[in-house]
Design a protein around this ligand. Structure first.
Ligand SMILES: [Zn+2]
Length: 63
């Protein structure tokens, strides 16, 4: 579980969930977050396509 609380899941790419969440500033952001327990990778973006690209590019080191 990363630092983001995704409240609407949009897409799943492998172990990465792309969804909407509140960013650090409290605004709604598009977040890609890895579900692997020991990974903790997550990023926030202002648009969904950037989050999708990041999700597809994530190479999880946890197997
Ligand atoms: Zn990962």
């Amino acid at each position: 579980m990363g630092i983001y609380q995704i409240f609407r899941n949009l897409r799943r790419v492998g172990q990465v969930t792309v969804g909407t969440a509140f960013g650090r500033g409290g605004q709604v952001k598009y977040v890609a977050a890895c579900a692997a327990e020991d990974c903790g990778w997550s990023v926030e973006y202002d648009d969904v396509s950037a989050a999708m690209v990041a999700a597809q590019g994530h190479r999880c080191h946890v197997r």
